[in-house]
Every structure is written in C-alpha cells, then in structure tokens.
Design a protein around this ligand. Structure first.
Ligand code: MN
Length: 572
C-alpha cells in the first residue's frame, strides 16, 4: 500500500521554525517543481500564514494563494482551518466562516484540514458542511494530546463522528510532537477499526520521536504522512520529506516519489534557509524531550521564545515551561493548539512575570472559562473559576450561535474607510479589524530580517560590538543600539516616550501593540480601572490604573508597538 505525502514546507514548517516569516517570493520559484513531485497535497495556506502575511510581511495572503495556484496546476492545495476560528484567534460568526470558505475555494484551495482546539465538534460542523458543499476534500482533524481525560477510545469516537459528518479523511494532528511509536500504533489501529476513510498523521520532531512514529503508524495502516523539506524540517517542524520517502523505498509502502527531484528541491530550500538563518533558534531546531513534560507545540514554542527575548526575559524560559502544564491542568486540559495554546501560553507568561499566579489575566482566559471557546475537555479548577469569573455562568450552546452576523456592517464601515477594493478585502478586515485597516490602506511595511551579526552579538555578551542603527517595523522607526551590557545586549529606545518614569506612570507590562486607549486626558479613573488594552502573543491584555486620580497625559496611541516598561500614560 503506497504511502501518500503531504508536504508542509511553505506552511507549517516555517510557522514552527521561524515564526511564519517565509515570503511568497521565496515560494514561487520552486512551486512548479513541487507540483511535479506527485504529493497527495501541498499545505500552503491557513494556520498563522494569513495573519503573518499582513502583520509582518506586508503581503496579501489572498495574492499568495492565487500566485501559488497559478504555478501548481496538478497538485491539491491544502489549508489549515481552525473551524469557527477560521484563521484568527477567536470565534467568528457563521457568515464570516461561510464567506471565507467560499473565497478560499474560489482562489484555489482543494483540501480543508479542519480542527477545533478543544476537539469540540460543534465548532467544526459548519466549516465541514460548507467546505463539502463547495466540493472540497475535507479532512477532519483530531488534536492529539496527553491527559487524564484524553483516551484512545475518546479519539476513536471523535474520528467516527467526523466520518459521520462527511469528512473525506481523518488527520491525527500531533501539533506538539508527543506521539510515541507504540501509542500511534494503538491509536491508528483503533481509528481504522471505526472508519473507512484514509488516516493522515501530522506530527512534529519536537521530541525527536516523529520519524519513528511515522514508520510505526504506516505499519498500522496510516495512509498519509505530513513532511517538510529537510532544511525546514526537524526540530519543531515535520520529519524531512526526502528522508521519509527514502525510508519507505523498496518496501510495500513505497511512496513512488522521485528522490532525485526531491533532492533538487531540497537544495533550493537549503540555500533559502540561509537567508532566514537569524530567525532559527537553538530552542526550535534541536529535539528536546522536555516537550513530553510541558506539551508545548512548535509554533507556540517559537512564539514564547520570541516574546521572552523581546522582553529580555529569556532567563525565565524554564519557569514559563514549568508553569504551562499547571495552567493547562487548571483549565481542564485543553490541547495546546491555536488559540488555546496562546490562551494558556500568555497566562503562563503572566503568572511568571507578574510574580503572582493569576494576579493578571487576559480577556481570553475569562472567555475560555465562560465556555466561549467551546466545551473544555475536563473540569476547570473551581478556585480558578471563582477568582476569574466569580458567579458568572458558562454558556452551554455552540459558541458560534451567539455571534451575530457582522459582514454587512463591516462592509459599510469598510466602504466608508475606502479599504474594500475586492471581495477578499472584506474578509481580511472581518478577521483582523485592527491590523487589516492599516494593511489595506497600505500603511504597513515589510519587516526586516535582522542581520546575523546583530543576533550573534546579543548571544555573546563578552564581545565588544558597539553599533547603532535604525530599523523600521510596521512603519515605525526604532533606534536600536547593540551594546555589550550583559543580559541586555539590545536596547530598543523610542524617542517619543519619556526617558524616565514620572510619578503616576502607567507602564506597558509587556511588549505588544496598543489595541485601545480607553481614557482621555482629564478623565478621572479609579485604581484597577482598565485604561488600555495591549495585544501580545495575539492575546488581549488589560492595563490597569495603579491608583485613583486624573489622567494627566497620554503617550501611546492605538496601533503603536510598545515595549515592556514604556510609559503609556500618567495618572496624577
Ligand atoms: Mn502542525
């Protein structure tokens, strides 16, 4: 039985290794060759790529899809769809889900891999139905995780339920690379007993076990494997395409793919990886069985690393890793995948950086506890519930049902702002109302890949390597000083902010983007009032007034990127 391969190099691989920064112009030169291989599909879109295109690359994600479709004429193009979350980090209304899928099919998607972070099938039903109605191949995904409430039987039940909803294949989505060879055999066998449709294994090399688990899964009857070209494989990414294909050569499972062609494509990506080298980190390229303890998936790990680095808090990395499983257990064992990985991740960071557990929480944690993400797999810690939501009762219906249609209103607003130039723009705006406005107005710029010299000098503090330069991030100029001060090698200073911290300052608790400033000069505020919202790691964080008083001066504006400790406003 031939094993089929889904190549993920231009989606999950760079999402897991380099925070989703691969540019479309680096994908297009190799697209026609990728089309010649004979892959079951090419995963090219969805997941974090949509957000990253807009936020960091100043690229239109729809244009990327259209350009790839032009060059890939024979191979199925696949995307990762987060059920009712679409490609965002919260649930959207049914009208947004429908329109997104219509446009994705129109522009070239053939295969929708659909999942829900909590494995709550209610959040997947609409997306599955709509994708089926457009004639797409629907792969129902089961988020694999290990916990007292996740059993082989519960996963097999879910597979059977997904087949019943019309899914064309099942994906075991092991986003953190946790699955051991023995366990995958047990799971694939159990699922194969229950469903007739093909089973795909999607894993990551995070713990180093994935290549072995892939082989074991195939002997148990798995039909499709997800791989990435070697230069963008291994580590927190997928097992390497070339090696997996080679491993099955001359066996009953032979993929039939041309190793020489794969090698040539692999060389292209090897050369390309040099350009992105400053973005690769030891934490994401080395296997580490620590993941078996904290269960953090690749994308989340590279995000945590970049967040802690930006805040000069990498020394807290170990503490944050230890905090994640505690928070996860208290929240009823959600699988760690977008968006619950961000919800749990940012709460773990807050618990460590603020020095007191749950002293600060995000809006998302509250929403999660109220059932707005769906049904948690296990019981939520009673004390946590009491501390964060008090007497408020969680909802019991499908969360999407409570969300009003929004497209008509957004279309009016978008037209007024003059940002809707094609039908896809409306969906971009609906998904990311803040960033999309700037993007669609052409106000954003492509992020600069840092030079290796700058990264190296920050890693080795003993080298005296003083230099100053300016970098431009999303249209904002930062004066960057690289100096040799131990532990704080890179100083990012913004001239608009007060250099000292005046009495009564409200400072940014973390690096992030100001989503809103909720007060204006002269307003009276009470201690504990929410005076601003900051988005960090894609989660909204409240900024509180430290004491009662009058807002004297505001130094931040909506959409501004602020650093940890920047003065947002002064309350007298
Ligand atoms: Mn993945």
């Amino acid at each position: 039985m031939t094993v089929l391969i889904t190549d993920t190099t231009v989606r999950d691989a760079h999402q897991s290794l380099i925070a989703t920064r691969m540019r479309t112009r680096d994908m297009l030169p190799i697209a026609e060759d990728l089309d010649k291989v004979g892959f079951f599909s090419l995963e090219v879109w969805g997941g974090a790529t949509f957000d990253s295109c807009i936020r960091f690359l100043n690229e239109d994600p729809w244009d990327r899809l259209i350009a790839l479709r032009k060059k890939v004429k024979n191979t199925r193009l696949q995307m990762l769809l987060r059920g009712q979350n679409v490609v965002g980090y919260r649930h959207y209304g049914d009208d947004v889900v429908r329109e997104f899928i219509r446009l994705a099919v129109k522009n070239g998607i053939d295969v929708f891999r659909i999942f829900d972070a909590l494995n709550d099938v209610r959040n997947m039903e609409l997306a599955i139905k709509v994708s089926k109605d457009y004639g797409a191949h629907v792969q129902g995904a089961i988020c694999y995780t290990i916990s007292p409430v996740h059993t082989v039987a519960s996963f097999a039940d879910m597979a059977s339920e997904l087949e019943g909803l019309g899914c064309d294949s099942i994906c075991i989505k092991d986003m953190a690379g946790l699955i051991a060879p023995r366990d995958v055999v047990e799971l694939v066998t159990a699922i194969k007993e229950r469903v007739k449709i093909p089973v795909d294994i999607h894993s990551h090399c995070t713990s180093g076990m994935a290549p072995m688990s892939y082989y074991a899964a195939v002997t148990a009857g798995a039909d499709i494997l997800d791989t990435a070209f070697s230069a963008f494989g291994w580590g927190t990414s997928q097992p390497p395409t070339e090696s997996v294909v080679a491993a099955f050569k001359n066996t009953p499972y032979d993929t039939g793919l041309d190793l020489e062609l794969l090698h040539r494509i692999g060389e292209y990506f090897a050369v390309l990886s040099a350009k992105y080298r400053p973005l690769f980190s030891a934490e994401t390229t080395r296997p580490n069985i620590n993941v078996l303890l904290h269960q953090i998936p690749g994308g989340m790990l590279s995000n945590l690393v970049s967040q802690l680095r930006e805040q000069n808090q990498m020394d807290k990395f170990g503490e944050v890793l230890a905090e994640v499983p505690r928070v996860r257990a208290e929240m009823g064992y959600p699988p760690l995948v977008t968006p619950t990985s961000q919800v749990v991740g940012i709460q773990s960071v807050l618990n460590v950086l603020s020095g007191e557990r749950y002293k600060r929480t995000t809006q998302e944690v509250k929403n999660y506890l109220l059932g707005l993400y769906g049904r948690p797999p296990g019981e939520i810690d009673e004390e946590l519930k009491r501390m964060v939501v008090g007497d408020e009762k969680p909802i019991t219906v499908r969360p999407g049902e409570l969300i009003e249609p929004s497209l008509e209103k957004l279309r009016e607003d978008g037209d007024k702002m003059g940002i809707i130039h094609k039908e896809e723009d409306l969906i971009t705006y609906a998904l990311y109302p803040q960033v999309a406005v700037k993007f669609l107005r052409g106000e954003l710029k492509e992020e600069v890949i840092p030079s290796l010299a700058a990264v190296d000098s920050s890693a080795s503090a003993q080298i005296d390597f003083p230099r100053e330069f300016s970098i431009d991030v999303d249209g904002e100029v930062f004066d960057v000083k690289v100096s040799s001060v131990s532990g704080k090698a890179i100083d990012v200073e913004k001239s608009s902010k007060p250099k000292d911290t005046p009495d009564g300052s409200v400072v940014a608790p973390m690096q992030g983007m100001i989503l809103s400033v909720n007060v204006k000069g002269g307003d009276e505020v009470n201690a504990g009032d929410v005076v601003a919202m900051i988005e960090a790691m894609k989660m909204r964080n409240e900024v509180f007034a430290p004491h009662s008083g009058v807002v004297k001066e505001i130094f931040a504006y909506e959409g501004e990127i602020v650093n940890n400790g920047d003065v947002i406003m002064v309350v007298s």
